[in-house]
Design a protein around this ligand. Structure first.
Ligand code: ARG
Length: 458
């Protein structure tokens, strides 16, 4: 049977392909962060208080230069991970060894691929969470802008999908915005838990040399190192699950928003009109303008949840310490994040261009929608609420068509159609943007200092 020589032993070809799995493709997304992680590790090794030095300051410079070259190649999509490499980690080591000889063989001192991939995924998650927060804030801004623009446009408020009480387009749009703002809190929580450096935990049990895990963590701009080295490895999978659970909350919000759009753009409602360029046609029915974007957002919410559950299932029975099963979480993790981000990005411009049909919204009102308002009016005249309730229920025919635009003007308390605090939405949105700006700046500063070149390169 054909065999292949690899950096870590000779492996049967089939076994190599089977065990490397999709890593050979997926790890392309980790090349840069892998190099960044190695830069921090090698820098820490070069500062270790041992004689002779594991890596000298000069050697460190050479390694960093090699890593910077690889990062540039990756940016142009020119760094190749081969099947014989198995993954990005050994591809980088092979490349550095080819360039630097024996020095390349030293970079893996006091490290395992287990803590290496764990740190790669955390660095990857850090950047992806910041992008996600940025895109979520943009969608919130689009929804709030839509709500503000149509603040006083009446809309039948429904429960059980049946007409309930007078409401407004502003209330509807900002309900979805506020949901997403809460999801941003979940994303930030995930960000904070992710912000711990597992490097130095090695295979799962640390190393018998005085490595400085705090230094590595600081060099990478992490908030702190994970403490227990075994947990650093057990935390892989768990961390992906936490991130995906925040992503799936985002998708829950998006799916419901998408569902509302599908309902309210049906010709029978005709409340909203999606921009034609965000709809797709039919190959047979010439008149069609289908809300495929919304349908796919709804479907993708299921996929992101499935990714979260998939990761959960992979780790829930995993024995302590590193297990190769964890490799299977990578695809679910990356796909779940990419899917969520693509949904956030497609909806923001769609909402900005969505038209509101005020006439259809007002025509949607029937007198019964004012039943509760009328009961409360009677309460104002001194009738006990339950009596007013029964009176209106028995005399629904007495309800006249009130002007819905007038009706919503009475709802001025906190969070009601005319009590929406636009500064509240702005404040929370700006806080998200500020977190992104600050965290990104600190991360870029740390990595630029570590590499001695601007990160990310322009
Ligand atoms: N590609 C592997 C993963 O994602 C890297 C770690 C391999 N470690 C090992 N002990 N075989 O988990």
């Amino acid at each position: 049977m054909a065999k292949q020589k690899t950096t870590v032993g000779t492996i049967n070809n089939e076994t190599l392909a089977f065990t490397a799995g999709r890593d050979v493709e997926l790890d392309h997304a980790l090349i840069t962060v892998d190099c960044v992680g190695t830069a921090a590790h090698v820098t820490m090794l070069s500062k270790m208080p041992v004689e002779p030095a594991l890596i000298t300051a000069e050697e460190r410079e050479q390694v960093i230069a090699g890593l910077v070259e690889i990062i540039a190649l990756a940016r142009d999509d020119k760094f190749k991970i081969k099947l014989a490499d198995q993954d990005v980690h050994l591809a980088v080591e092979r490349t550095l060894t080819k360039k630097l000889g024996d020095l390349g063989k030293k970079i893996h001192t006091c490290r395992s691929r287990n803590d290496q991939v764990a740190v790669d995924l955390r660095l990857y998650a850090k950047e992806q969470l910041l992008f996600t927060l940025e895109e979520a804030a943009a969608l919130v801004a689009a929804l709030v802008g839509f709500g503000k623009k149509h603040e006083k446009v009446p809309m039948v408020g429904r429960t059980h999908m049946q007409p309930g009480m007078p409401s407004s387009v502003g209330l509807w749009a900002t309900a979805h915005a506020e949901s997403l703002l809460d999801d941003c809190v979940a994303l930030v929580n995930a960000y904070e838990l992710n912000d711990q450096c597992p490097l130095g935990s090695a295979a799962s049990y640390g190393v018998p040399l005085p490595i400085d895990r705090q230094l590595t963590s600081d060099l990478l701009g992490f908030g702190r190192p994970t403490h227990n080295v075994l947990y650093a490895n057990n935390g892989r999978g768990k961390m992906e699950g936490i991130v995906l659970s925040a992503m799936s909350q985002v998708m829950l919000s998006l799916s419901r928003l998408a569902q509302d759009f599908m309902l309210f753009t049906m010709p029978e409602f005709d409340y909203f009109k999606l921009p034609a360029e965000f709809c797709t046609g039919s190959s047979i029915m010439p008149q069609k303008q289908n809300p495929d974007v919304c349908e796919l957002v709804r479907a993708k919410a299921s996929r992101v949840k499935a990714a979260e559950l998939g990761v959960y299932d992979l780790v829930k029975g995993a024995p302590t310490g590193y297990n190769r099963d964890l490799q299977e979480a990578k695809e679910l993790f990356m796909e779940g994040i990419a899917t969520t981000r693509s949904c956030l990005r497609i909806l923001a411009p769609m909402i900005k261009e969505t038209k509101v049909n005020k006439k259809a919204l007002i025509d949607g009102f029937t007198p019964d929608v004012f039943a509760t308002d009328r009961a409360l009016e009677l309460v104002g005249e001194g009738m006990p609420f339950r009596d007013a309730y029964h009176y209106v229920k028995e005399n629904l025919h007495e309800l006249e068509s009130i002007d819905p635009s007038e009706a919503i003007l009475l709802k001025t308390h906190l969070g009601a159609p005319l009590g929406l605090d636009w500064d509240y939405f702005k404040g929370r949105t700006n806080a998200v943007k500020e977190t992104v700006r600050e965290e990104r700046k600190a991360f870029h500063r740390a990595v630029s200092k570590l590499l001695g070149v601007k990160y990310p390169a322009e």
